[in-house]
Design a protein around this ligand. Sequence first.
Ligand SMILES: [Fe+2]
Length: 333
Amino acid sequence: MAVLGILSVTLEVPELETGVRFYTDAGLTADITGNVARLRCPNQTRHSVELVGGASRKRLHHLALRAENLAGISARVVQAGGKIVAAPPGFEAAGSWVEDPHGMLIHLSQVPADAPLEAGGSFEINAPGRLVRIRRSAIRPGAAYGPAKPLRLGHVLVFSPDVPKSVRFVIDGLGMGLADRAQDVIAFCCARKNSDHHVIAFAKSPAIGFHHASFQVCDPDEVGRGGRALLAKTGHGDWGFGRHTIGSNFFHYIQDPWGSWFEYYSDMDYIDDHSLWTPTNYDMADSLANWGPAVPPDFVHNYESDADNAPGFGAATAADRVTQDEVRQARQR
Ligand SMILES: [Fe+2]
């Protein structure tokens, strides 16, 4: 009677072609019909990102989640502060469409789970007192490696004007669990069974909006190599290579054409049974990363909240600056 995982994110964007180029540069495969592009991981048959072209600016349209017992969820959504709504014109009517308390649209579908990923090679290091690799190199020359191959969409981070309220809704209405949070500024939610540490995360902002979609790759080297390669192609900002405290994953974020982000990740914490997991409320100093490069000034900027006033990347609003200053001050303490 709950959400089981994330399927995709749908964004309205100004120029479809620009978005398709970005995501195919990142390693996804595009299927385009008219002004809609569906982008999938090359090893999957279903899409993870859907772009609808022709909008005046980038905007989160909806998240698609895999769920079971849709009738049970529908019965709880309203009590939890949400709404049951009709399918938007042009979108799949099957399943349930709901809005969270802030009007964020969510499509719930009862569909089979993806096939399990093939086991990757073990990523082991020669550690003090533990030699696992003798008389051979761990790393080959750079040219020996192909482009990064995103294996699956792991999670999406969205903005919320009231993070605790958003979390309450996905727990009470959608049957998810709180994995961890940092005060009331950012929170990470998982499915209650067999879940990555987070499937949906919420970050404080004046309005709802899309922050990033995160794709699993094979190992930390592929995170770093893939991030560098994508940055070289896009020429926008990046943040990484680094490692998060919350969720433990290695990350490299690359800024998309609209100021939001694409993340490659590896080695995420896994929660097989949420009832056996204890959520932690972290200090803000741990909210972004355990280690990594300096955080770009607009990393937590919501370009959907004030796009009309934003001349370009880096134009944070006063409200965004409050959030970023909280993070910065906490890191300096
Ligand atoms: Fe992430």
